[in-house]
Design a protein around this ligand. Structure first.
Ligand SMILES: Cc1cc2nc3c(=O)[nH]c(=O)nc-3n(C[C@H](O)[C@H](O)[C@H](O)COP(=O)(O)OP(=O)(O)OC[C@H]3O[C@@H](n4cnc5c(N)ncnc54)[C@H](O)[C@@H]3O)c2cc1C
Length: 433
């Protein structure tokens, strides 16, 4: 078997995002040219890679980060900005896999990672439009019952007291739609502008002398006998590599390819809404996701626009009618919003696993990877970046816990394509409703 690992990257869809319009685009990093020796080479300039690099640099290691295109061009610069606690799957699923004690430890870690976002914002003076208050909205009585179970589970088993159940009459004061039957409110979760947050962390990397390279896709990792990561015009010789390309990384490693798939999700941002329109739709200034398997998720941004995420494409494609799909979902929830423009629409790739839990591990003693945050990566990326840095420096307790989560394998290509094609047909039918 070859010791080489061949890498490529998926080209992100156009970055015409609301977030990109909120920042000064002038900051660039050079491409890698020539040879460099470091302790660690991080592949991928999203929140996971940047967070790992930051934590490694804090521990005194020399780090180089390779980004195929631009920092934040992947999911981290184009997501919904929801800082939600927990995982893409129910806590019950995790308890079945890891047992209650380990799930408690993991919940505690994720909760701390949520807090660390605010520590970073404070310590590094990052202006990223942070706001608190989060609602999980139930579309029917079954979902409401599930939220009640979650609320009780969090209190009794996890000692977590940040949630409150909202009856429909309380919810009506915060969200003006007839669609929901009730909700769970979490006061510590909320929203940020993820791109501004990522660029704030990246600025910190500069100050800690981490070498960041853009337009520098990692193409090959060779191990003959020493490890080296090759780009078009350069090469890094590290002791360790961390593959943090997530849904945007393509590799020939079966372990990575078989456990997750790239799924497209879409977001639209309206033109600024008048105070009256905000009052008639989202007067509570709360960030919201519903409890459907493919949720609607939305909020009012800094500047009074509605950011609305919805829909997926299981084949990882951006549909031609993305704008119409988003408009339809907004109008379905808020028919009172009779006239609005979507100033921005874009899509991004989510790396999804079968059990919706993160897939992290090692290809060998020197190469680590992380993927599959299943739409829940804003908080998990910080946690996992930190755990990888700990594992590389000799404390692998947290890393071992998450990497022990067993993942089912997607079927091989022809069957996988047929299955995803069928799933996409059902998905399209749902989008007609
Ligand atoms: C539309 C959308 C909405 C979302 N909403 C939310 C949300 O509201 N809340 C939440 O918690 N999560 C959300 N997510 C998920 C979240 O954004 C991701 O889990 C998280 O950003 C993943 O970060 P990452 O750094 O691992 O990956 P990414 O941010 O995707 O970064 C990976 C980077 O690696 C680079 N790369 C890939 N291959 C190579 C290579 N060979 N060489 C060099 N570089 C390479 C890519 O160019 C990319 O920049 C959403 C995702 C999407 C797409």
């Amino acid at each position: 078997m070859s010791n080489n690992l061949v890498l490529r990257h998926r080209i992100p869809a156009d970055a015409n995002t609301f977030y990109h319009a909120t920042i000064d685009p002038s900051s660039n990093f050079d491409a890698l040219k020539g040879e460099l020796q470091t302790d660690v080479c991080v592949v991928g300039g999203g929140l996971t890679g940047v967070s790992a690099a930051l934590n490694l640099a804090k521990k005194g290691l020399s780090v180089a980060l390779l980004e195929a295109q631009k920092i934040g061009c992947g999911a981290s610069g184009r997501n919904g900005g929801h800082t939600a606690n927990g995982f893409g799957s129910d806590l019950g699923v995790l308890e079945d896999i890891l047992g209650l004690e380990n799930t408690r430890i993991l919940w505690q870690m994720v909760d701390s990672a949520l807090g660390e976002i605010d520590e970073n914002i404070h310590n590094y003076n990052i202006n990223c439009d942070r706001s608190f208050g989060y609602i999980y909205a139930a579309n029917n009585s079954y979902q409401l019952r599930e939220l009640e179970i979650l609320h009780n589970r969090l209190r009794t088993k996890y000692n977590y007291e940040q949630t409150t159940l909202l009856e429909k009459c309380d919810l009506d004061k915060l969200v003006k739609t007839t669609r929901y039957t009730g909700a769970l409110f979490d006061k510590t979760c909320g929203q940020i502008n993820p791109f501004k947050y990522l660029l704030g962390l990246t600025q910190q990397l500069k100050e800690m002398n981490v070498r960041v390279f853009e337009q520098s896709p990692a193409l090959l990792i060779s191990q003959t006998p020493d490890i080296s990561v090759h780009t078009r015009e350069g090469c890094i010789k590290p002791k360790y590599v961390f593959l943090a390309g997530n849904a945007y990384l393509i590799s020939d490693n079966a372990q990575l390819v078989s456990k997750s798939i790239p799924v497209t999700s879409f977001i639209g941002v309206t033109s600024p809404l008048s105070a009256a329109l905000i009052q008639s739709t989202l007067p509570g200034n709360i960030t919201i996701a519903d409890c459907n398997k493919i949720p609607d998720y939305y909020q009012i941004t800094n500047g009074g626009r509605m950011l609305f995420g919805c829909g997926v494409n299981f084949l990882g494609k951006e549909p031609n009618n993305m704008k119409q799909i988003i408009e339809k979902r907004v109008k379905r929830l808020f028919p009172q919003l009779t006239a609005f423009e979507l100033d921005y629409t874009w899509s991004g790739l989510i790396s999804s696993t079968i059990n919706k839990l993160p897939h992290i591990g090692q290809i060998n003693s020197q190469i680590y990877y992380a993927q599959g945050f299943s739409g829940h990566g804003l908080v998990l990326s910080g946690l996992i970046g930190k755990l990888i840095s700990e594992a590389i420096t000799g404390n692998s307790i947290g890393f071992d816990l998450i990497s022990s989560i067993a993942h089912r394998t997607f079927p091989p290509k022809p069957i996988k394509n047929i299955t995803l094609g069928v799933a996409e047909c059902f998905n399209k039918l749902r989008q007609q409703l």
